[in-house]
Write a protein that binds this ligand. Sequence first.
Ligand code: NDP
Ligand code: OXD
Length: 309
Amino acid sequence: MPAVLFCSNLDDPEEWRPPMTKLMPDLELRVYPKFGNPLDIDVAMVWRPPQEGMGQFKNLKAILALGAGVNQLDLPSLPKGVVVARLVDEVLGKAMAEFCVLTALRYHRNLDVHERNSRLKKWEYIIPRPAAQRSVGMMGLGALGGQAAKLLKTVGFTVCGWSRAPKKIEGVECFSGPDGLYKMAAKCGIVICLLPLTPETQGILNKKLFDAMPQGSYLINLGRGGHLTEADLLSAIASGRLAGATLDVFNTEPLPEDHPFWNHPQITVTPHVASTGGADTAAQLMVENIRRARAGQPLVNQVDRAKGY
Ligand code: NDP
Ligand code: OXD
């Protein structure tokens, strides 16, 4: 009887078991590290592979990521022939879009400045501007960035977006390709990163990008810590090029206690909480992909291992 491995230090397998068993009554879900005979495992639901890697699961056909991002799976290290699917889920998408609107509005309505002023008992009237006068640039127009761009538009922002391949999204000015990023950045007072972390996007939030943005802009990084060149952000804020940043993801998580971001008055740190998937809604996708993997069919939301997302 083939079995599915569940391996995550963040997700609770007992949240997934009931909705998945409802859809697949004969599901045999084994939780790492008590998986029994490794040769029984043909599919694995994984946030991050165990330290010893996935090599011992010789009959593994597919990895179903417990995240939308898959960089933490270290794709090149996975056995060749193993297919990988990402998590795309309505709860995840909705929560991420909310977080984008929340963080963008906070900067748009100068709440960051008012928060600092209130600690100093400083009464400073800043005239609020209409949202349409603020351009928000979305780096990544996939499942999450695309949905967030639409909600930002609904709130009234002028919205731009950047992707690898050209895209058309109603009401969103879309850019693509390497030059497109800097053309978009030049227009945007708030830039949000919702890219996957790949060799091409590593360190992409850097001086070149910040220099392209208007003076006094804001950065919101919800992608991965590896997107950000940390020293460039600190310099850009020190010079006034950027007025502040909200960072949800970091190279090392939890963010080390002595990290300069913690106490920086213009940086807001959130502990990788921008969004999370819902087991109830995503169980259907997982079960569908277990069936497909066992039938040798392409997975839903299958990752292109060469592209890295
Ligand atoms: P998708 O794969 O659906 O979308 C990725 C987007 O990025 C696509 O539009 C893609 O372009 C674009 N892209 C990728 N590489 C490049 C490149 N080199 N140049 C330009 N554009 C590029 O991913 P999701 O939207 O589902 O997720 C995005 C990321 O969000 C995840 O990888 C993860 O890192 C992060 N995340 C963070 C969470 C948090 O709580 N902070 C929660 C969940 C996810 P194209 O459309 O042309 O392929
Ligand atoms: C994800 C995440 O990739 O939570 O899903 O970061």
